[in-house]
Design a protein around this ligand. Structure first.
Ligand code: NAP
Length: 250
């Protein structure tokens, strides 16, 4: 059975590793092409958008795809919605593989917000030195709160550079350690952290570090999910695919 994995995440990479050399599941990974030097999975990989729902539907039929696993990031809402629409149109089963959201504990100082514009507004009563860990593509809303000193961490440099009068970019890719995050927050005397509620372990250390240092976290909550069948563990996704392969799909 031919399978398309929509990737760009740790989960997609883990699934690809599990399916490399599989006897009946022939999987291919799709990456959006956002990062300059992506870590490539051990499976055939295509890079670039499909061209919306129509393009994805054509790809599924043209390549005789028997099942799709949407293992994209929980904030990649457009491709996930496209996957639901395209799979429904051409009758291909779809599974979402995603990490569970993070939940605040009693010692956390989280301020939940629905989107990046609200995250910027939530900074107003907080301290001056802000650590932005929201990626490089959604920095524009923070221009509404320009009187802060922003430390931005991203995999690739923001392009164009953010219009924030006082900012510094550090380029890095997780996983991050608690020791490293504690040292970074202390070195830059961070007053507030902004994060997406991505979930998972690779980038969770910043939250533990903020908790220990009593630093407030502005947490951007996830976009509404699409209602598609969802699992959180790679093994469950493999089981789901093997069941479908056993049912004799092409
Ligand atoms: P998005 O807003 O949901 O998607 C925008 C467009 O990018 C889609 O309509 C699609 O273009 C294309 N696209 C996205 N993911 C794709 C994939 N895996 N394969 C082929 N085309 C894809 O996506 P995004 O938030 O920009 O995320 C892009 C990629 O980065 C995804 O692979 C995601 O897993 C990864 N990522 C995102 C975040 C985040 O915070 N958003 C964080 C870490 C990793 P067409 O309509 O032309 O098909």
């Amino acid at each position: 059975m031919k399978v398309l994995i929509l990737g760009g995440t740790t989960e997609a990479m883990a699934l690809a590793k599990r399916l490399a050399g599989h006897s009946v599941i022939k999987a291919e990974v799709s990456l959006a092409g956002r990062t300059a030097r992506p870590v490539l999975p051990p499976l055939p990989t295509r890079v670039g958008g499909f061209g919306g729902v129509d393009g994805l539907a054509d790809f599924l039929t043209g390549n005789r795809i028997g099942a799709v696993v949407d293992a994209t990031h929980p904030f990649a809402a457009r491709i996930s919605a496209n996957a639901v629409a395209a799979c429904a149109r051409v009758g291909v089963p779809l599974l979402v593989l995603t990490r569970a959201a993070w939940a605040a504990g009693p010692e956390d100082r989280w301020i939940g917000v629905p989107d990046m514009a609200a995250a910027a507004e939530a900074l107003r009563p907080l301290g001056r030195r802000v650590f932005l860990t929201v990626g490089r593509q959604e920095l524009a809303p923070f221009a509404a709160v320009p009187d802060r000193s922003y430390l931005i961490r991203a995999v690739d440099p923001p392009d164009p550079p953010p219009e924030l009068p006082d900012h510094r970019v550090i380029l890095d890719r997780g996983p991050y350690t608690l020791e490293g995050e504690l040292a970074l927050l202390a070195e830059h005397r961070i007053d507030a952290l902004v994060s997406k509620n991505s979930g998972g372990t690779a980038t969770a250390a910043k939250l533990e570090a903020a908790r220990r240092l009593g630093i407030p976290v502005v947490m951007v909550e996830r976009p509404a999910d699409t209602g598609a069948e969802t699992v959180h563990a790679v093994g469950e996704a493999v089981g789901w695919l093997e069941e479908r392969a056993a049912s004799g799909l092409p």
